[in-house]
Write a protein that binds this ligand. Sequence first.
Ligand code: FAD
Ligand code: FES
Length: 426
Amino acid sequence: MTTDSLTFIIFGVILAQILIASALVFYRHKRKYREFDAQETVHTRVSKLLPQVSKPKEEMFVQESFWEGFKEFSVQRRELEDNNHSICSFYLIPLDGKPLPVFKPGQFLTFKLLIEDLVTHESKNVVRCYSLSDAPHPDYYRISIKQVPAPINKLDVPPGLSSSFFHDQVQKGSKVLVKAPSGHFHLMENKHLPIVLIGGGIGITPMLSILNTVLEQEANIDVWLYYGIRNGDEHIMKAHLQALAREHDNFHLHVCYSAPNESDVDGIDYQHNARVGIPLLRATLKLMRYQFYICGPKPMMESLVPKLEDWGVKRDDIYYESFGPATLNKHKKTAQVMSSGHLINITFSKIGKSIQWDPAADSLLEFAEANNIVVESGCRAGSCGSCQTALKDGEVDYNQEPDADVSPGHCLLCISKPNSNLILEL
Ligand SMILES: Cc1cc2nc3c(=O)[nH]c(=O)nc-3n(C[C@H](O)[C@H](O)[C@H](O)COP(=O)(O)OP(=O)(O)OC[C@H]3O[C@@H](n4cnc5c(N)ncnc54)[C@H](O)[C@@H]3O)c2cc1C
Ligand code: FES
């Protein structure tokens, strides 16, 4: 046998061994993934059949039911959370002193605030939603609010109304009107899959609520948190998150700074000098099935959610929330004409006006406002229910799933467009 053929045989044997080892690793991962899939299906089937017998956290609470309308709360304390002093937490206690009902981690509170307009000096009601940022506790609710400045190129417009009001005027002892927790974005109690939480900027708030709940309940489930911010100046709850990571083996913390400061220490203050994206998730997550919860700025959501699906994550395993009007489902163009060829007309029955629909409008709310028709609104994201309007005739398409519960025969103007001629009770 020549040296060449011996080298060739040795090389072939090594290559075959590498291939067999890779196939074995891949097969084991795949089997683990399938086992999760099967466990999940069985859990889901069983939990649909059986009453929920063990909810340890909720048993600590008196099972109060949610209140109707707005209820008065007092601010027990406030705490600045970041070096920039742009995020502040508010601890709220009910004035009636009753124990607070349990919410689902990830849900939000809706506030009605009486705020003086800095230009006209007239007071007006402003409705806004803020996610609960801690696990449910019977004695307080916590929210964490980022003060929204005026856009960089529009310094002549006022800064965010509600967030500035909270930061500048809501102090210890201030009273606020609060609607009961609501929202369809929350931890899925019956889903027994490892959890991946992704929070960008202030989108960390619902993730904190989910994380704190899961770890407080000592549920034997692995949780990954990917927290994307620019640098240490924006980092909130740093000591709390680091303590949780030290104390819980099942919690895996990944803080990502996209533009660290010189004083930020890699490996201590943050784990990755990167944005949260698929390459990072691929590099740090094992190949198995997870449930993903995502909340962050529009560009992050618009890129991450479709890419997760491209990566192979099932649509049913991705839950996301946007703090403003989401554009993720806005692929559908609205028609200017109906299938009959007629132009679409919107009739406002109370004021007796009929106006031709403008397909450039993002929503019926925007269209109404552009035509000087006053509509009550708050979140402009389908969450608070303020813009709910009776639909006397016609059909609408939603840009995204409504988060607020919509009464039969009504629609949310802020996230809908007409699908036919409409008669709105306005
Ligand atoms: C379900 C949900 C949960 C949320 N959770 C949180 C949370 O946990 N924490 C949090 O901080 N936020 C959260 N938000 C966002 C929050 O509800 C508010 O949208 C946010 O605080 C901004 O409201 P604002 O009243 O301060 O700003 P707005 O008054 O609504 O102003 C928004 C922006 O528009 C600019 N603006 C004002 N007037 C004009 C004009 N004429 N022309 C151009 N621009 C103008 C302002 O300067 C500002 O930049 C959540 C939203 C939703 C829907
Ligand atoms: S404005 Fe909040 S649901 Fe439309």
